[in-house]
Design a protein around this ligand. Structure first.
Ligand SMILES: [Zn+2]
Length: 373
């Protein structure tokens, strides 16, 4: 942590944002085919008081937009007067992917989240990563990088981070992330590179691509607020954390269960995302229903990721099942009663959940998307 004991300091990227100032920036991170700038929307809220610098980033995969909404809300909610330190919001890290509504950069299909910290003379992704890393991420002390599942799937709210790192451990606990899949991550991932360089960044996974899912966005906002509280960046921040935290390491069983048949998928689990060994997770059938293939849970587990497209081919992932024990199960049940997964977490093509999905999703909100998770 590099908090300045002498008082608040300007945030320097290649310009300066003074203490007490909020700046919305369109920052040049590359060029289009037309030779025009690719502009990354950034908000810097520099507190009137000294403190750490929190980097929030979204849409490094261009179709993963729940975090985009979290950052819009953050940029609107916090003001320098209350802030000890600085919040840097990288609203849309992968601008070209975001414009094309796709995960990768639309240039040779490069994954921007495998290109960090980047190089000046490297590939398009690498050059872009370099600018973002140099000007913003490397200037921060700690961060949350918001993701969703890739398209056609959804994921419960969880974190991915290297829990062997002390800074990460502190951050995960501070944010109140209920489930964490521990691992260092792939080469070139922003969170891996940052963590290795002493800037703990956790990947926050939540929901589906190309959607705003209000319940998850609220939990994401709460995670930001929790971090502001824990790092003493905001005296008025309200902390709300789940009552349990489960960290899954390589010693735990976790697997994507894949379809062995092509056809239509009918999910059978629910209402909570928990299954017992041998329990039916889903049934895959042909159009005449003359053939049905039952997919059973190979172990007691928690459904961390779920297929959201009811058509499959052999090899398509159906659910991401992670091992839990009886105590975890009780915690999961209480947690999701609290946050309402049973109402919000499933899809209307899951027959068992159909009637619940007819309920209004969140009071006082106009929610049109009944596929929320
Ligand atoms: Zn992602």
């Amino acid at each position: 942590m590099s908090a300045d004991q002498d008082g608040p300091r300007p945030f320097r990227y290649d310009a300066e944002v003074d203490p007490g100032e909020v700046r919305h920036i369109h920052y040049d991170v590359g060029e289009t085919y037309l030779g025009r700038p690719v502009e990354l929307p950034v908000t810097v809220i520099n507190g009137e008081h000294a403190g750490p610098r929190l980097c929030l980033s979204a849409a490094i995969h261009g179709d993963e937009v729940n975090g985009v909404k979290v950052l819009q809300e953050v940029a609107d909610r916090y003001t320098p007067a209350d802030l000890h330190g600085t919040i840097v919001c990288l609203h849309v890290v992968n601008v070209p992917g975001y414009i094309a509504q796709q995960r990768h950069l639309p240039i040779y299909d490069q994954d921007l989240n495998r290109a960090f910290p980047g190089t000046e003379g490297g590939s398009t992704a690498s050059r872009m990563a370099r600018v973002i890393w140099d000007r913003f991420v490397s200037k921060c002390d700690v961060g949350l990088d918001f993701h969703t599942s890739t398209r056609n799937r959804m994921t419960v709210f969880h974190g991915r981070a290297d829990m062997t790192d002390e800074g990460i451990e502190r951050l995960v606990e501070a944010a109140g992330i209920p489930l964490v899949l521990s691992g260092e991550g792939s080469t070139g991932m922003m969170r891996r590179v940052a963590t290795e360089k002493g800037i703990p960044i956790v990947t926050v996974e939540m929901g589906e691509a190309n959607r705003f899912q209000p319940m998850l966005i609220d939990i994401g906002l709460q995670a930001v607020e929790n971090v502001l509280a824990a790092y003493e960046m905001h005296p008025e921040a309200t902390v709300r954390r789940p009552e349990f935290q489960k960290v899954l390491t390589s010693e735990h069983q976790k697997t994507w269960i894949r379809a062995d048949n092509g056809g239509l998928v009918e999910m059978k689990w629910g209402p909570l995302p928990i299954v017992d060994e041998g329990e039916t997770i889903c049934v895959i059938s042909d159009h005449f229903r003359t053939e049905e293939h039952v997919v059973e849970a190979p172990f007691d587990g928690y459904l961390a990721g779920i297929l959201a497209n009811p058509r499959v081919l052999p090899g398509h992932p159906l659910v991401h099942l992670v091992e839990i024990d009886d105590e975890d199960r009780e915690h999961v049940r209480r947690t999701y009663e609290d946050v309402g997964f049973a109402r919000h977490g499933t899809f209307h093509w899951m027959g068992k959940m159909g009637e619940r999905m007819a309920e209004p999703m969140l009071e006082g909100r106009n929610v049109e998307d009944t596929d929320s998770g």
